[in-house]
Design a protein around this ligand. Structure first.
Ligand SMILES: *[C@@H]1O[C@H](CO)[C@@H](O)[C@H](O)[C@H]1NC(C)=O
Length: 385
């Protein structure tokens, strides 16, 4: 009795330990947690001052849109007009807007709430006194009152004008009280005002206010080019050669000059380089892709109609036919041996053999036309006789 009880309690303990372990294996709602923490991180992200002020203003504008009321929802038009007119700038509407302020702005939401609190008096002042005369809240709050932004196209503490950057770059600090006003040019452009082309680019178009640069042809090396195409290169990239007569870069056909492919590969030239591709599996060396491009056929293949063709299955069929006839021969010899002891028995066996041979030959020759190979099952049966 005692060992039994011991065993039962052992099993119970093992089971409970296992249950706890497997529970611990399950990740505690890993994915939603991660998503939530990402949202939280965005919420608590700290944005640069101008950006933060802009987020607040945009949220306020959204609130104004939300509290806009349709003009014609019935009733006396004049009375509606007056009522809406007063609602438009009313304390009631301001409170409604401020209730939803900064909600779901995503990045910098926490900062937005802090800023809204800090600027509440200014926003209220604008709402009551400046809204009609100066409808742009961003300009009023972020540029003039908080002095964290500049108008578009101005930068730095004193809001100096940005250079134009020729439309091919961005002014550093554009629209903020930060930055140095230098141009950050787009790829392919250079110069202080992005008014020249970068390395490996050429001028495709230029007038007073516009410059377009294009990338040099791929045949051109780091020296750049004077225009479009491989003929305008100053220096040729490797894989290309300067043609002194035509005055431009010409592709080198590496397949002719320096064929470095192995015996089982063929060479393909392309612009600026070349590649080695594997020959068809029927080939022993080749000049191109496919079984018709072989120099020689590999083992098990023979040249037919200009193509290396698989002959191994044919050989196998011949072998199968040979063993079949050998089996028939063996059966006939067996019949002859029986004949020496009993004519009746030999006649019986002979008949059976004749029927077997004709049935199997008939079957083999009428089964799927065109595929002379018998199915593996029939073959096995035949060879086992
Ligand atoms: C400055 O920003 C405004 C708006 O974002 C843009 O329209 C303007 O082209 C920018 N100017 C420069 C020089 O980056």
């Amino acid at each position: 009795m005692r060992p039994n009880r011991l065993l039962v309690s052992f099993i119970l303990v093992t089971l409970s330990v296992y249950a706890q372990l497997s529970e611990a294996d399950v990740p505690p709602e890993g994915v939603p947690n991660l998503a939530k923490s990402k949202k939280d991180r965005q919420k608590s992200e700290k944005l640069p001052p101008c950006r933060a002020c802009t987020v607040l203003v945009n949220s306020f504008r959204d609130g104004m849109k939300r509290t806009e009321r349709s003009k014609h929802d019935g009733g006396d038009a004049a009375w509606e007009e007056e009522r809406l007119g007063s609602y438009k700038t009313s304390e009631l509407r301001l409170v409604e807007i401020q209730e939803g302020l900064c909600r779901d702005v995503g990045r910098g939401e926490d900062q937005c709430h802090l800023l809204a609190e800090e600027h509440e008096p200014q926003i209220e002042e604008w709402w009551k006194e400046h809204q009609t005369a100066q409808p742009d809240l961003h300009q009023w709050l972020c540029v003039e009152q908080a002095q964290v932004c500049c108008p578009d196209g101005f930068y730095g503490p004193n809001c100096d004008p940005c250079p134009s950057c020729f439309g091919n770059g961005k002014c550093k600090g554009n629209g903020t009280r930060k930055g140095n006003g230098k141009c950050a040019c787009e790829e392919g452009y250079g110069g202080d005002n992005c008014d020249s082309c970068g390395p490996e680019h050429y001028e495709a178009f230029r007038d007073e206010g516009k410059l377009l640069c294009s990338r040099c042809h791929k045949a051109c090396a780091a020296g750049g080019c004077t225009g479009a195409g491989p003929n305008a290169c100053r220096v040729c990239r490797s894989g290309w050669i300067m043609d002194s007569q035509r005055g431009g870069c010409t592709d080198i056909d590496e397949c002719i000059t320096a064929n470095t492919c192995t015996k089982q590969q063929f060479c393909v030239n392309n612009e600026g380089s070349f590649s080695c591709l594997e020959c068809d599996k029927s080939c022993d060396g080749c000049d191109g892709d496919g079984p018709d491009m072989c120099k020689k056929c590999t083992d098990g293949y023979e040249l037919r109609d200009g193509m290396c063709t698989d002959v191994s299955s044919e050989k196998r069929n011949q072998y199968v036919a040979f063993t079949r006839y050998l089996t028939y021969l063996g059966l006939c010899i067996a019949t002859c041996i029986v004949l020496q002891s009993s004519t009746w028995l030999a006649a019986l066996v002979g008949l059976a053999v004749a029927v077997y041979i004709s049935v199997s030959e008939y079957w083999l020759n009428t089964e799927p036309q065109g595929t002379p190979a018998p199915s593996p099952k029939i073959l096995e049966e035949l060879l086992q006789q």
